[in-house]
Design a protein around this ligand. Structure first.
Ligand code: NAD
Ligand code: UGA
Length: 357
């Protein structure tokens, strides 16, 4: 069928020993960037995304269109659709899965708890079940989150710091993902690598994230809410530029050992790893706003609230020495440089770029 042909074509590597990667969440922010980077390198990439309406799906369609231009095909479907996933693995012997599909966002969980359980827990288990049954078993690299460190204030965070105080249901489902990964690695010998991303930003980013809607609101002269503690330096984010995160994801894929099982049977010990992918340089939200003000050359209408929001963690700061040691991860983009690229990009949403100096 035409569908099968497209699936095969998209996932077949063009370079010798290239990877064949199923990228879940490929129409998303991080997924679309990673898919493009892998394809440009000559790897085979097949996307999967359900194009949900958590934020404007026209942005996801625009990313899909861009990927299609580069011959990356996205299958429209849900992580929880086991027959669909099984069919994909029947057609393609994927060497790797880059699992980025999830219900993201911290605050939305208070109104929509079930969507986190469905995508981040049930959907992940479903994917693992299909991967377990596949022959060969693909190595899996998946997105965890800095939010697993929760209320921990012992910074910078190293991977062995405590993660037993999640501040939101989102964080709890990401933490659950790490525990679930452990069991599939242990029982079935699936190679699993978790990446704790730290507040990723950049062109084609997520409209629900602060840097994105702050930019839009400042341009439109609308007021913005800045949540901070009594001492503004106590609330900060280790904002990480998308290109750095993409390099980290590819480094993790390239160094992932093969799974040791096949068809649900374990043969030997397989790799299980977790890494921070951050920027190592936390910035208070007020500073993020002042950088945007100078890039846009507009004074923001600031509404400062001297209280953290429910579900937010106070402070994030990554120690990335483990990722550096194992695959040379080194963030190279500071926040001003990255935001300059963001506000200049024509594709962040047409209303965002109008009037940029
Ligand atoms: P995103 O929302 O832009 O991308 C996720 C994509 O997954 C979306 O296109 C969505 O339609 C799709 N999706 C969601 N549920 C699905 C399901 N059940 N079946 C199929 N597709 C589904 O988010 P992003 O910022 O690109 O995040 C990618 C991953 O990184 C997520 O796992 C997120 O939790 C994690 N993460 C992101 C950040 C960040 O700052 N962007 C930080 C830490 C962790
Ligand atoms: C981000 C992503 O949205 C999560 O999906 C991801 O898991 C998380 O990073 C992570 O690193 O793990 P967050 O850092 O909360 O979460 O990102 P934003 O929602 O963009 O908030 C950034 C900062 O701006 C926070 O300190 C928040 O309190 C603040 N903020 C947000 C405001 O001051 N005002 C607002 O109106 C919104």
């Amino acid at each position: 069928a035409a569908w099968e042909k497209q699936v095969r074509h998209s996932s077949t590597p063009r370079r010798p020993n290239g990877l064949s990667v199923l990228v879940t969440g490929a129409a998303g922010f991080v997924g679309s960037h990673c898919s493009l980077a892998l394809k440009k390198r000559g790897d085979g990439v097949l996307g999967l995304d359900n194009f949900n309406t958590y934020y404007d799906p026209s942005l996801k369609r625009a990313r899909q269109k861009l990927l299609l231009k580069h011959q990356v095909f996205i299958v429209e479907g849900d992580l929880n659709d086991a027959p669909l996933l099984a069919k994909l693995f029947d057609v393609v012997p994927f060497t790797h899965i880059l699992h980025l599909a999830a219900q993201a966002g911290v605050r939305y969980a208070m109104q929509n708890p079930q969507s986190y359980v469905s995508s981040n827990i049930a959907g992940f288990v479903n994917l693992l079940e299909v991967a377990k049954a596949a022959n060969p078993q693909p190595a899996i690299v998946w997105a965890s989150s800095s939010s697993v460190y929760g209320l921990n204030t012992e910074v910078p965070f190293s991977e062995n710091h405590r993660t037993d105080q999640p501040a939101s249901l989102y964080a709890a489902t990401k933490k659950a993902g790490e525990e679930i990964a452990h069991t599939y690695n242990h029982i079935y010998g699936i190679s699993l690598t978790g990446l704790r991303f730290f507040t990723v930003y950049g062109p084609w980013g997520r409209p629900d994230m602060a840097y994105f809607f702050f930019t839009k609101d400042i341009l439109q002269g609308k007021p913005i809410d800045i949540y901070q503690a009594q001492d503004e330096k106590q609330v900060a984010r280790d904002f990480t530029y998308i290109d750095d995160v993409v390099k980290g994801c590819i480094g993790a894929l390239d160094t992932a050992e093969k799974s040791t099982g096949s068809g649900g049977k374990k043969k030997g010990p397989a790799q299980l790893r977790v890494y921070n992918l951050g920027n190592t340089s936390p910035v208070p939200v007020g500073k993020l706003v002042s950088i945007l003000e100078s890039l846009l050359n507009i004074k923001a209408k600031k509404h400062v609230i001297k209280m953290p929001r429910n579900g937010d963690v106070p402070y994030t700061h990554a120690n990335v020495s483990l990722a550096y040691r194992d695959f040379g991860y080194k963030p190279t983009t500071d926040l001003s440089t990255g935001l300059r690229k963001f506000v200049k990009c024509e594709n962040v949403g047409t209303d965002v770029v109008d009037g940029v100096a």
